[in-house]
Design a protein around this ligand. Sequence first.
Ligand code: FES
Ligand SMILES: [Fe+2]
Length: 330
Amino acid sequence: MNNRKRYPMPIPFGWYVVDYSDDLKPGDVKPVRYFAQDQVLFRTKSGEVTMLDAYCPHLGAHLGHGGLVKDECIECPFHAWQWGADGKIDNIPYAKKIPPKAKETQIFKYPTVEKNNLIYAWYHPNGNNPHYEVESYPEISDPEWADKFEKFEYTINCHIQDMAENAVDAAHFMYVHGVVSYPEFEVTYDEQKRYFIQEANMETPKGTVKGKISGFSNGPGDNVTKFEGICDTLLLGSTTPIENEKVITRFSFLQKKINGKVPKGGVGAAIIADINKQVNEDIPVWENKKYAYKPVLCDKDGPIAKFRRHFATFYTDYDEAKRIAEMNLK
Ligand code: FES
Ligand SMILES: [Fe+2]
């Protein structure tokens, strides 16, 4: 039996990266789309980041297409109503007075935080408040490390859970990424976090380097990986659902300075190139596969069921954990 729906899972709740801090200056307004919804993302004159539902409650214009920041408000492009960063009406320039109905109206405002030079927004399908906090990564403000990210971006047609499952899918590293031997890694869980440590070989112009990869995921959208070997590298892998079956992944690399200088070219660049190569190798599988909710597994497949049970904690109104239990998946 075959049907067209590739994934039964909805979009998980969590903190997700919606932009880079340095790509949104005071006064900037952007139309964005995340979590299968339209939003307007802007930074007020005083520097406050705001993400609101896109549509103006007056007559429905998209605030991100032609809207303007006016001090601490966003002005609608259609009839110039000004909405505050809290989503409430501030001014209707041509009205004698603001009607009570407009005063009661509030555009949905996403909780946002800025950390790690990134802007994070909290998504919950029922609009619930954040259940956990965004982490700060100390390397980002450490003078021993580069002060700017090297950025890469991928838009991929797949569900965020299926992509994340890659990390615990040990065997694919050999067949998709050409890793020579079966990778040994350890995965542990603590509340919303998934920790991993892996010994891995990295291909560099100087030959194969024995490296250590460690890191953790803080919820479904925020992932940090540290590569230690010749050139220490930090990778923030931030994946955000755009639609149920479409994500944007931002890779932000930071490397440790060598003799006070950010490494240019050589091994450092080769590590970054290798990681990007791996994503490009994964994409054709991710974009064309279907979620195997009753997978047929073998003994060396990696802790897939455990991963799925943990990921299931980011869903409401969808009981993946129950489903896994019913299947008796080990
Ligand atoms: S639709 Fe926004 S002010 Fe009229
Ligand atoms: Fe992979």
